[in-house]
Design a protein around this ligand. Structure first.
Ligand SMILES: Cc1ncc(COP(=O)(O)O)c(C=O)c1O
Length: 406
């Protein structure tokens, strides 16, 4: 029985606000489920979710069987909060080779995916009210992650081709800036920042550290670093910036998104790096992650250098780009990840996405990523979905172009 005068609301007002204002991706996914029930899955073209559709490399299943069959006392028990030493060693060796830096196990913390890594980093570095500069368009969860640690998100627009506007980023610093958070290859744009940009950003950060007399960190979120095309390289944040911190995972490169395994790597030159690492290890614990999944740590330690068949994603990218550009869509060709962020022919991207939805094509409005006037297509889908959606993509664009022609 409800008592009179007592407001009966189970969740906080803040989370209610997040629920109603948040995730277009979820919304489209849920509407997709009901459309598929109504019309059959083969008649709905679902580009809403960034869930890898390639299977992990065959070696993953071999190792899974092997590791599960091993009989090591305590192998399912607690461990040091930073993760197994052998795994951290393996990550450090791999990154040292790949990035041309000298890392050892103590600069690595194993985490529950890149999402876990980012939450640990933000929690350890931010005091309430401190600011995190994030180029837009951006991965939607960042705002929530920053809020989880009491920080303030400061968005900065990227250029027309989604490259970083260092001038605009420079103008956004204040005495409260603690972190610049970038994501390359980027979700939702597929952009990979080039070496000159990363160097420029690192130099800007150093200058701002001097101006404000405090440490400011350059955090790079790189779960898609293995998914790049046409010989494009992801420049090393650890090499470029003394205050560089890398957050990454095996979710996309090995298609292990559901297994929740990733890591943090810190530049050993960070001032007081031992304390920063200890703070992050504590945060891994007190955020309730405790440690990254035990079996997965033992598997990924033996899989560095392996990845899903990236050629498959490239083929899908090319198929989608060729199809859309011949229909008249405008976009910057993605260089990595598995997203294409195309322009909408009208300003109202939500209306355009709704129009695509009427043709049973599910995409996500750019406004949800801080990139209005665009829509995101996640092309980690079957070839048939791309091929069969082209007719609807064409009809929808023509419908709008006809309305726009005087
Ligand atoms: C840019 C970006 N960062 C982080 C994540 C989270 O990755 P993980 O599943 O490894 O936590 C995602 C997942 O889609 C992402 O797109």
């Amino acid at each position: 029985m409800k008592e009179q005068g007592i407001r009966c609301m189970a969740i906080s007002e803040k989370i209610q606000g997040f629920l109603s204002g948040s995730s277009w991706i979820r919304k489209m996914f849920e509407e997709g489920v009901s459309l598929k029930r109504q019309y059959g899955a083969e008649n709905v073209f679902d580009f809403s979710l960034g869930n890898p559709n390639l299977e992990p490399p065959a070696r993953f299943k071999e190792l899974l069987r092997h590791v599960a069959g091993e009989d090591i006392p305590g192998m399912h028990g607690y461990m040091p909060n930073a993760g197994y030493l052998e795994t951290r060693d393996a990550v450090a060796s791999y990154l040292s080779r790949e990035h041309g830096v000298s890392l050892s196990a103590e600069h690595i913390i194993m985490t529950c995916g890149a999402g876990g890594a980012l939450n640990v980093i933000l929690k350890a570095l931010l005091d309430p009210g401190e600011e995190v500069i994030i180029p837009a368009p951006f991965f939607v969860e960042y705002r929530f992650y920053v809020d989880n640690s009491g920080g303030i998100t400061k968005l900065v627009k990227t250029r027309e081709d989604f490259s970083l506007d260092l001038g605009a980023i420079g103008d956004t610093f204040t005495e409260k800036t603690k972190i610049v958070l970038i994501n390359s290859p980027n979700n939702p744009t597929g952009k990979v920042y080039d070496e000159a940009t990363i160097r420029g950003l690192a130099a800007l950060l150093e200058e701002k550290c001097r101006v404000y007399g405090r440490d400011i960190y350059l955090v790079s979120d790189e779960p898609y670093s293995d998914i790049v095309y046409d010989g494009v390289k992801v420049p090393s944040i650890l090499l470029a910036s003394k205050n560089g911190i890398l957050a990454s995972s095996y979710s996309k490169g090995l298609s292990l998104a559901g297994e929740r395994i990733g890591f943090i790597a810190l530049n050993p030159k960070i001032a007081g790096v031992e304390e920063v690492i200890n703070g992050m290890i504590l945060c891994n614990r007190i955020l309730g992650f405790v440690n990254a999944p035990a079996l997965m740590q033992r598997i990924v330690a033996r899989m560095h250098g392996e990845r899903v068949n990236v050629e498959e994603y490239k083929r899908k990218r090319d198929m989608l780009c060729d199809g859309l550009s011949s229909l008249g869509y405008q976009f910057t060709r993605p260089e990595g990840a598995f997203y294409l962020f195309a322009r909408t022919p009208i300003e109202d991207d939500v209306a355009f996405v709704r129009a695509l939805q009427r043709r049973k094509i599910l995409t996500v409005p750019g406004s949800g990523f801080g990139g209005p006037g665009h829509f995101r297509i996640a092309y980690c889908v079957d070839d048939a979905t791309i091929i069969n959606a082209m007719e609807g993509f064409g009809q929808t664009l023509r419908e709008y172009l006809q309305c726009l022609t005087p």
